[in-house]
Design a protein around this ligand. Structure first.
Ligand SMILES: [Zn+2]
Length: 246
């Protein structure tokens, strides 16, 4: 299975998963580029679906469905089936609530499409209010092999690395990651995430020591609430979260 990423709006990312003949569009906001690629490659767009139903992710659905004749796979279908058959391969669907209750991620080979649950270098806001579910979702995504490639719903790399550097100024991995940043192919491996993403370094001793010295900017016990607080779990203290607005 191959993947093609398309940018749209200021920082949104659309994806096409495809083999030699068939394709699946995920968060199809980059309507023209997506349809042009499908036509150039002689592919048949079988399905359109979404990582979750925030309007910036569903904005392209109608136009792409109308112009391609593809079938829309809604959230219920995704969760019921747990997979999408495309050509000879299955794409596995994981329910990853937290950012929203309906959030899902897609996995095939070493490709992991994470929507607004996991970004390159940060995690999504917890708009569902269920920070515990979000933590479980983050742990699930972190359990894939380190060579897994994370394709997220937005390009937040510059902002997330600015924050990561603020938390952990001596971390040279952040500089290395920024050096190879390519706005035309936005991704990271999970191995990189474990080095640079403060939200995925759950039990990293260095991160725990940093937090002991420098308490979170604003502590909140328990649930993140509707204000969109992120998870920041270290050393098993999974109920702590804090706001990354500096
Ligand atoms: Zn969203």
């Amino acid at each position: 299975m191959e993947i093609r990423q398309f940018r749209y709006s200021s920082d949104n990312l659309s994806y096409l998963l495809y083999d030699k003949t068939s394709a699946l569009a995920i968060d199809a906001g980059a309507v023209e580029a997506l349809l042009a690629f499908i036509s150039e490659q002689g592919l048949k767009l079988e399905f359109v679906t979404n990582t979750h139903l925030h309007p910036d992710h569903t904005v392209g659905n109608k136009a792409v469905l109308e112009q391609s004749g593809a079938k829309y796979l809604d959230n219920n279908t995704l969760l019921e089936k747990g997979k999408i058959r495309l050509g000879r391969e299955d794409i596995t669907v994981y329910h990853t609530p937290g950012h929203t209750e309906d959030s899902v991620c897609f996995h095939c080979g070493n490709i992991l499409i994470t929507g607004d649950t996991l970004f390159n270098g940060t995690v999504g806001n917890c708009f569902s209010g269920d920070i515990k579910a979000f933590f479980e979702s983050a742990k699930l995504l972190a359990s894939f092999p380190p060579e897994t490639i994370v394709y997220a719903g937005h390009d937040y790399i510059k902002e997330s690395m600015f924050f990561a550097k603020y938390v952990d100024p001596d971390n040279k991995e952040i500089d290395l990651f920024l050096k190879k940043y390519d706005p035309n192919h936005v991704c990271s491996t999970l191995a990189e995430e474990f080095k640079i993403n403060p939200y995925l370094r759950f039990n990293d001793e260095k991160m725990a020591a940093i937090l002991k010295k420098r308490p979170p900017l604003r502590r909140r016990g328990g649930r993140g609430g509707r204000s969109g607080k992120k998870i920041f779990a270290v050393g098993g203290r999974e109920n702590e979260s804090f706001d990354d607005k500096i």
